[in-house]
Design a protein around this ligand. Structure first.
Ligand code: CP
Length: 343
């Protein structure tokens, strides 16, 4: 199996580019990346070698903890024939004794590509400006673009198409994942509904940008605190944690009270009136008491499940672990088209 010439030509646009946020790309470009993700998933499944990054050295910079993103970048690198080097918080001088620009210049002289997971989009923009090699965003406070390619690929592999479909995000909608789903969905022509209390709805600027993209792609944006209106006949429900990385724990009690009506549970699934609706979560999730944090929340607030109930998390509508696996294939696609020898 291999890519046909038309698909290869479409992927050419990514060569040498950074991958910092999805809105740097067109719907067509994102779609080719989503389809290439499927191709690489199939290759991996069939054991077909795909060493597009043979001999390349990759720097993986993580200022924040990670299970999926770190694993996906590492395994993708090995599958593609590259050598990944992991740098955790405090391992290098970045931002403490050395500026992002200087670090970028040094790493760019030694490595062929750089992944960055950190706090500020401006930091990754500075890395990209100064490194002279492709830079990939493994998450910032603002965006989570590698997650988006995995998520929209997961939707497409389940739905068969993105056209005319509706994705509903419920919960705290001011975080990077909710913002990115809104923007990326609107670019791709997916109807995006957001159900969140008024105080936890997406930033005004993001709402406006999403509406502009939706006008171009002729998709629908709905942002409401009425969860039943948002989920009615939706094709997918997506949720995320109620307290994001770095947020102050003291707001948790208020957050729980605000967000309990938005918990993804059996009753919400029934209210979609769509027996085919699927459920996504970017993980990690608080769906049981098998974590330290889950236990602490239970002891303090008596809540054994938060944003999603365990029966739905484990249930037949959940595609959450396919979605997690797809982080590998999508990150592999992103690294291959920007740095690899696929052409
Ligand atoms: N979804 C996600 O980014 O997972 P990690 O924090 O484990 O990388």
């Amino acid at each position: 199996m291999g890519l046909n010439t038309t698909a290869l030509n479409k992927l050419q646009v990514f060569k040498g580019e950074h991958f910092l946020k999805t809105c740097d790309f067109s719907a067509e470009e994102l779609n080719t990346l989503i389809d290439f993700t499927g191709e690489l998933k199939e290759k991996k499944k069939r054991g077909i070698p795909h060493p597009y990054l043979k001999g390349k050295n990759l720097a993986l910079l993580f200022e924040k903890p990670s299970t999926r993103t770190r694993s996906a970048f590492s395994v993708a690198a090995y599958d593609l024939g590259a050598y990944p080097e992991y740098f955790g918080q405090g391992d290098i001088h970045l931002g403490v004794k050395e500026s992002t620009a200087d670090t970028a210049k040094v790493l760019g002289r030694m490595y062929d590509g750089i992944e960055f997971r950190g706090y500020h989009q401006k930091d990754i923009e500075s890395l990209a400006k100064n490194a002279n090699v492709p830079v990939w965003n493994g998450l910032t406070n603002e965006w989570h673009p590698t997650q988006m390619i995995a998520d929209f690929f997961t939707l497409k592999e389940n739905w068969g198409t993105l056209e005319g479909k509706t994705l509903t995000y419920v919960g705290d909608a001011r975080n990077n994942v909710a913002h990115d789903l809104l923007i990326t969905g609107a670019i791709l022509g997916v109807n995006v509904h957001i159900a969140a209390p008024k105080s936890l709805q997406p930033d005004e600027a993001i709402q406006k940008l999403a509406k502009d993209y939706a006008a171009q792609s002729q998709s629908e944006i709905l942002i409401t605190d009425d969860v039943n209106q948002a989920i009615y006949q939706t094709d997918a429900i997506y949720t995320d944690v109620w307290l994001s990385m770095g947020e102050d724990q003291s707001v948790l009690e208020t957050r729980i009270n605000e967000l309990l009506p938005y918990q993804v549970n059996e009753s919400m699934l029934l209210n979609t009136m769509n027996p085919e609706a699927i459920v996504l979560h970017c993980l990690p999730a608080f769906h049981d008491l098998n974590t330290e944090v889950g236990q602490q929340i239970y002891e303090k607030y008596g809540l054994s499940e938060m944003e999603i109930t365990d029966d739905v998390f484990q249930g037949e509508h959940s595609v959450i672990f396919d979605q997690a696996e797809n982080r590998l294939h999508s990150i592999k696609a992103i690294m291959s088209v920007t740095l690899g020898d696929i052409f």
